[in-house]
Design a protein around this ligand. Structure first.
Ligand SMILES: [Zn+2]
Length: 334
């Protein structure tokens, strides 16, 4: 099997198992073993490989609910690209509306690209059916060209939780990166850590629209994946050790500001989207340099400088009171 065909078959299986997966945990290991062994199957035709895979799962002794679901996998195969297109269009439309309403949207067009690789991308020990997809926004070939969001599937890990994490990945790329004013960098604690929290919160809000088939699974898969890419452990190789530290710093700063905004607005009714989300969309548009983004996060996280912390609170209060709600002054607080 080629990875490009295997991932579509595994995505069809994952989609068909969305309802049964959370209630049939005993079968997770059986499904995972089959996913992992895709490259050992000599079959090079997707339909034939799918029949082989279904046959093996049937004879492996899975529960009745899973057996029943397997009947529909064949029909799902032709819809995989359509499902991805609909997730992408929904996430893009919601993101664009949100930016247009609360900040601005600078992007002429955004395209979705799909790919597949054989080996895992993350060094972590994956849970059953997890970590089977990653996303990125590749550099534009020429200015003015449409932005691209690329999803790359890893067939051996592509179970229902991976499939359900696609909406979170799309939200991360669209909300954090596609419309950001600064250059893309994995060393950017604002773009990768702070904005990721915002992307996760908006994703949880929108899960029913982007992933109508199993929004609860999308929320739990998104939360797990977002946590996984923060987790550091002894022996974690580079660049992950560094990029995860960067993400953690950004997330901590966002959490701190979120708490302060809640304190400042506690007399008001809870607003949707939250003040943190609105502020962050503006900050992401207002901060054009990597150095500026890094400095902003270090200043927010520097709890030892009380005078500066007070300065931040003043700017946050002004931002809340100002009807224009321009975030530049929050960005450059002293
Ligand atoms: Zn990112």
């Amino acid at each position: 099997m080629y990875p490009v065909d295997a991932w579509r078959v595994h995505a069809a299986l994952a989609h068909q198992l969305l309802d049964t997966w959370p209630v049939c945990p005993k079968d997770h290991q059986i499904v995972q073993s089959e996913l992992e062994d895709w490259s050992l199957r000599a079959e090079n035709n997707a339909d034939k490989y799918l029949r082989l895979l279904i046959g093996r799962l049937r004879s492996a002794g899975v529960q009745q609910r899973v057996l029943d679901a397997l009947d529909g996998v064949q029909d799902q195969l032709e819809h995989v690209d359509e499902y991805l297109r609909s997730m992408f269009e929904a996430a893009l439309g919601l993101t664009r509306d949100c930016y247009q309403r609360w900040a601005d949207w600078s992007v002429a067009g955004v395209d979705l690209k799909l790919g597949a690789v054989t080996n895992p991308v993350y060094p972590d020990l994956a849970g059953f059916g997890e970590l089977g997809v990653v996303a990125c926004v590749p550099p534009r070939e020429e200015p003015g060209a449409p932005a691209i969001v690329k999803l790359t599937f890893i067939p051996g890990l592509l179970g229902p939780p991976s499939w359900a994490s696609v909406p979170y990945l799309l939200c991360h790329e669209l909300i954090c990166h596609v419309n950001q004013a600064g250059p893309m960098s994995s060393e950017d604690p604002f773009g990768e850590g702070w904005m990721d929290l915002v992307a996760l919160q908006l994703h949880n809000h929108w899960a029913g629209k982007i992933f109508p088939w199993a929004p609860a699974l999308a929320r739990s898969a998104g939360a797990r994946l977002s946590d996984d890419v923060l987790r550091r452990w002894r022996g974690l190789p580079e660049p992950h050790m560094t990029t995860r530290a960067v993400r953690s710093r950004g997330r901590e700063a966002a959490r701190w500001v979120e708490d302060e905004l809640k304190q400042l607005t506690r007399t008001n009714r809870r607003s949707v989207p939250s003040e943190l989300i609105r502020l962050s969309l503006q900050l992401n548009r207002a901060s054009p340099t990597l150095a500026g983004r890094i400095e902003f996060i270090s200043k927010v996280n520097d709890r030892s400088n009380l005078r500066r912390q007070a300065g931040l609170l003043v700017q946050l209060r002004r931002w809340l009171e100002d009807t224009e709600k321009a975030a530049d002054k929050v960005l450059s607080f002293t």
